[in-house]
Design a protein around this ligand. Structure first.
Ligand code: PGA
Length: 248
């Protein structure tokens, strides 16, 4: 794993946006797995700035959302469709035709999970997956205990995840109780992974990952089995007590 330790979230976002920019520049048809949540917002903003400044054409990339809440319409301000639209497509003046997002209002959610997994295969799989990590170690909405072989599936969100996401809603009760998430095996099939972590509340999962553990208790630790992971992490999310070899 390539670990890039940075001072703060701003530096994390700068580095991450530069990595994304270069990847898209090298492959204008990149299939980019996109994370939502608080962690990558500035990364998207900085990526948009770089893309506009360089007049880079993003019209041929495909984005694949990691997850979507069940029960929120696309136009709902907290839906993840809306998130990726407002953070990426709208500021770039692009139509979201190539934005894959699970449909959280489907009448048949199980069928929607199967459809979504197939739609990822149809675009040739994910080239680069941008990931955040939950304070409980989840990636996407793969909560602790999720089997590593899982594909896109329906999840009951844990109380800690709903609590963490309550900051985006007026009341915690408004946070949906279910979501569709790509599975851990779907994430692991990505050709490369860019993981971002910022803030001391991420120190526990980050340290589990960097200890080299692999276990369902901390889903993020599965990334120790992936051949191409870059972690951009702020110092407060590292809480290192001993020296880590940053190039391993
Ligand atoms: P956050 O969420 O970026 O809002 O902290 C990360 C996650 O839950 O994956």
């Amino acid at each position: 794993m390539n670990v890039i330790a940075v001072d703060d979230k701003q530096e994390m976002s700068e580095k991450a946006s530069a990595i994304l920019f270069n990847e898209i520049k090298q492959n204008p048809e990149l299939v980019l797995g996109v994370a939502t949540g608080g962690t990558p917002t500035d990364t998207y903003d900085k990526l948009v700035e770089k893309v506009l400044a360089a007049s880079l054409d993003l019209s041929k990339i495909t984005t694949v959302n990691l997850d979507e809440y069940v029960g929120l319409a696309r136009e709902h301000e907290e839906s993840y469709w809306y998130y990726i639209y407002t953070h990426l497509y709208e500021p770039l003046g692009l139509s979201p035709d190539r934005a894959l997002v699970p449909y959280g209002l489907s009448d048949d959610l199980q069928e929607e999970c199967i459809r979504y997994e197939k739609s990822i295969e149809k675009v040739g799989g994910i080239d680069l997956q941008l990931l955040g990590v939950g304070r409980n170690g989840h990636i996407g909405f793969n909560e602790p205990g999720t089997p590593f072989e899982s594909k896109t599936h329906l999840v009951e969100l844990t109380d800690s995840t709903r609590q963490a996401n309550a900051r985006f809603f007026e009341h915690k009760e408004e946070v949906p109780t279910r979501a569709i998430t790509v599975g851990i095996s779907t994430i692991m099939k990505s050709r490369s992974i860019l993981l971002l972590a910022s803030g001391e509340e991420k120190a526990e999962p980050v340290n589990a990952l960097l200890r080299g553990d692999v276990g369902e208790k901390w889903p993020v630790t599965v990334l120790n089995q992936h051949p191409s992971v870059t972690l951009v992490v702020t110092k407060d999310a590292l809480e290192i007590e001993e020296d880590l070899d940053h190039d391993q």
